[in-house]
Design a protein around this ligand. Sequence first.
Ligand SMILES: Nc1ncnc2c1ncn2[C@@H]1O[C@H](COP(=O)(O)OP(=O)(O)OP(=O)(O)O)[C@@H](O)[C@H]1O
Ligand SMILES: O=C(O)C1=C[C@@H](O)[C@@H](O)[C@H](O)C1
Ligand SMILES: [Mg+2]
Length: 172
Amino acid sequence: MGSGKSAVGRRLATRIGLPFRDVDADVEASAGRTIAEIFASDGEAHFRDLEHDAVARALTEHPGVLSLGGGAVMDPRTQSVLADYRADGGLVVLLDVSLRYAMHRIGSAASRPMLADDPRERWTRILAARRPTYERVSNLVVDTDQRTLGAVVREIAARLGVDEAASPDEGC
Ligand SMILES: Nc1ncnc2c1ncn2[C@@H]1O[C@H](COP(=O)(O)OP(=O)(O)OP(=O)(O)O)[C@@H](O)[C@H]1O
Ligand SMILES: O=C(O)C1=C[C@@H](O)[C@@H](O)[C@H](O)C1
Ligand SMILES: [Mg+2]
């Protein structure tokens, strides 16, 4: 949370000329409720089911950049569809961020139920538990601390082999 998945994903998609999709937004659109409302009324397990369905659907029908929710890859079914995606040549990017930068970017944790009560403590504990899985499911790790959105996007675009000359800097 706060690594820049949504912001980087959107800019990367613009840069490489492909559509962008965000799993958190897909879940909210199909449920007609915010993530915070889904957690409050139906609980995390129900949210995780909706989230897995949204990832699986997007990976089959969406041809561009996909931003996953921060906990999506903890579902073994999602790990499996991502393994297939990588085996087909897909790039799965882990955006790395430290607590300090994440807290600065997140600002209010009101819309992030996983961080309720004590965002710093929760974020640290969640990341420690998830980190091995994040590393296992990704095939590119990009450090985002002290780097602009533009710099992060450029590193991923370079890995994708996007021609710098054909993709003018977005000035970020
Ligand atoms: N490298 C960066 N430099 C400066 N600001 C950044 C950077 N990456 C992200 N941000 C900003 O931090 C905020 C949070 O980013 P974003 O919403 O993309 O995070 P996220 O990983 O999608 O979080 P979540 O898991 O909660 O969906 C946004 O305002 C975004 O513009
Ligand atoms: O890290 C998490 O578990 C979450 C991250 C967000 O992207 C949302 O998917 C939701 O708030 C849960
Ligand atoms: Mg996001």
